[in-house]
Design a protein around this ligand. Sequence first.
Ligand SMILES: NC(=O)c1ccc[n+]([C@@H]2O[C@H](COP(=O)([O-])OP(=O)(O)OC[C@H]3O[C@@H](n4cnc5c(N)ncnc54)[C@H](OP(=O)(O)O)[C@@H]3O)[C@@H](O)[C@H]2O)c1
Length: 250
Amino acid sequence: MNNPANRRLTGRVALVTGASSGIGEATALTLAAEGARVVIAARRMQRLIDLADRIRQSGGEARPIEADVTNETQASNMVRDTLEAFGRLDLLLNVAGIGVAAPFQNTTTAEYRQMVDVNFLGLLYPIHAALPAMKRQGNGHIVIVSSGTGRYIHPSTVYSGTKHAASAMAESLRREIGKDWIRVTSIEPGAVRTEFTSHMRDEVRASVEQRLGDMVQLESDDVAAAILYAVTQPPHVNVNILTIYPTQQP
Ligand SMILES: NC(=O)c1ccc[n+]([C@@H]2O[C@H](COP(=O)([O-])OP(=O)(O)OC[C@H]3O[C@@H](n4cnc5c(N)ncnc54)[C@H](OP(=O)(O)O)[C@@H]3O)[C@@H](O)[C@H]2O)c1
């Protein structure tokens, strides 16, 4: 952990979805190093337990919670558990997501549903559950990890559609709840080197890997640093959108 005098999130409570790997894991580590107490959520509990151990070993505080964000009850329990454990929720980081980066005609209807469920409904349920507490507190910050493909058009039709929905929803929500001192930030990365592509069908993964070639991708820590920037601004500053791409990515 950073020197106590320099920690920027001491006293804050952060709930990170998708914390079992990639960007979510890096975000949890980054926020914990800045003094936040982090609740880390995903479906793979053993990974969360290991991550919580790592955070505690470096002097931080972490609480793992097994939750599927597509399940409204589990998403709501995840928020309730956070509030019961720590009494508040300052930062909600919606990182969980999946993508089949393929054209429409090479995406199955089951894959459409899965992407809509995780990338959109899985975003709405935690926010819905967290907002009443943030309003009571008179402050809060909701971070949505959308994607560059949620702003520009890349050849990943349904994934891109779910991320456009996420980015649009973030901006609309910001306009709705800013008056309550609740901030909303959309993070829109280009290609990040995580296990994201490993969850795609072999054929789709191969075509994505071919498209990326030997381009130097972002690391999860690069995105976590962008998130840290957004959540450490003074309360009157809302960072609306951060688009962050590998230098070589068109
Ligand atoms: N990698 C990229 O190039 C890239 C670029 C732009 C945006 N993004 C976005 O960044 C976010 C994180 O992706 P990543 O690259 O870090 O990929 P990743 O390593 O595959 O991480 C995805 C995370 O989402 C969680 N997740 C998936 N389905 C879930 C569900 N139903 N309920 C709860 N958690 C679920 C996974 O945990 P469990 O499987 O343990 O549940 C995992 O922790 C995603 O929203 C993705 O769309 C990624």
